[in-house]
Design a protein around this ligand. Structure first.
Ligand code: NAP
Ligand code: GLV
Length: 323
């Protein structure tokens, strides 16, 4: 029997609270009206019925089973894990670009820029050791924050940092013009961008071009002439953006003064990783900006309606660029 509306299949392999597949199914049922929604695996589903798939880290080859699939919705902003699957059907992939996720990332960036600017690592250490030894404070305007990636996330974080009084610059692939932000682009713009950056925030996608871009050569170009002394790295993009051996060496020899790391090459971060106990490092477990099932299920439902009404899909991944 044919279904009334294009069937949506959910393939969610997250492993953390936020990625509880049942939670996503409940939200999708609520926003998809009479559209059939199947949480896989489900033996009652005929794969030929599936028109849409909403996925997080589907297993390689899993999506190739749906012969009549039309659109793939990635339930996160970064598509690196998804497009690494060589058997992925050649269909439009829509990624997440919603205010809810953007604002969560901006909170994270502001929190950690402020943490380093206000010397939180030193202050927490002082508290543990019961040392009443205040250090000189400086204004936000004394610090230049440079954001790698001026897309949905980077551009919003830049606005918030600007309001706090930081000097803000950004680097992207294409030329940008953002009021109050010094914008650099392309490989020619990278060195001048780094040379004026004290706190480097990385919000790039992981692609063939950006893999291991956070390496010794790049980190050595950051500006050391600020009240912070040595520069600071905040990486909330992807772990594959950082060369971890070189990053660790840069923290150990003072090339970097400190780092906040939300993402790692291997996640969960193995217990034996030296980053866990490094006194200059703040670690968060890849939850800088969670994708919220309420907000994201609505976004996907709207996109499906647009598609069925013959309108263009939004935020479609450019497979040549890889993001
Ligand atoms: P986006 O809107 O696609 O923006 C990506 C930005 O990176 C763009 O400004 C792009 O330049 C720039 N870029 C890409 N490749 C470049 C290159 N080779 N050289 C210079 N600039 C380059 O992506 P987004 O929504 O902001 O998300 C960014 C990334 O954040 C995601 O891909 C994901 O990996 C990560 N993320 C992490 C979390 C977390 O919880 N840790 C949550 C969400 C997302 P153009 O503007 O010129 O295209
Ligand atoms: C999370 O990491 C995302 O890409 O949305």
């Amino acid at each position: 029997m044919s279904r009334p509306r294009g069937t949506l299949a959910l393939l969610i392999h997250g492993g953390t609270d936020n990625w509880s597949p049942e939670r996503w199914k409940t939200r999708f049922d609520a926003v998809c009206a009479d559209r059939p929604v199947f949480l896989l695996p489900d033996e009652t589903l005929d794969p030929a019925e599936v028109r849409y798939a909403a996925v997080w880290k589907p297993r390689p080859g899993e999506l190739a089973a749906f012969a009549n699939l039309r659109v793939i919705f990635n339930l996160g902003a970064g598509v690196d894990a998804l497009i690494a699957d060589a058997s992925l059907p050649k269909l439009p992939i829509v990624r997440v670009a919603v205010d809810d996720l953007t604002k969560r990332m901006t909170e994270y960036v502001v929190l950690h820029v402020l943490a380093h600017h206000r010397q939180e690592i030193y202050l927490r250490e002082s508290q543990r050791e019961k040392r009443w030894e205040p250090k000189t404070q400086w204004p936000a305007g004394a610090i230049s924050v440079g954001i790698m990636g001026l897309g949905n996330l980077g551009a919003d974080a830049a606005e918030a940092l600007k309001i706090l009084g930081f000097k803000v610059s950004g680097w992207s692939r294409s030329e940008k013009n953002i009021s109050g932000v010094s914008c650099f682009h392309g490989m020619d713009g990278l060195a001048p961008f780094l040379k004026k950056t004290n706190i480097l925030v990385c919000l790039l996608p992981l692609t063939a071009e950006t893999r291991h871009i956070l390496n010794r050569s790049l980190l050595s170009m950051l500006d050391r002439d600020s009240p912070l002394g040595a520069p600071v790295l905040i990486n909330a993009g992807r772990g594959g953006l950082q060369n971890e051996a070189e990053l660790l060496a840069c923290l150990n020899d003072g090339t970097l003064g400190a780092a906040t790391l939300d993402v790692f090459e291997t996640e969960p971060l193995p217990k034996e990783s030296p980053f866990w106990t490094h006194r200059k490092v703040l670690i968060t477990p890849h939850n800088a900006a969670d994708t919220d099932p309420d907000a994201i299920s609505k976004y996907v439902a709207v996109q499906i309606e647009r598609h069925e009404a013959g309108q263009t899909l939004q935020n479609v991944v450019d497979m040549r660029r890889g993001y």
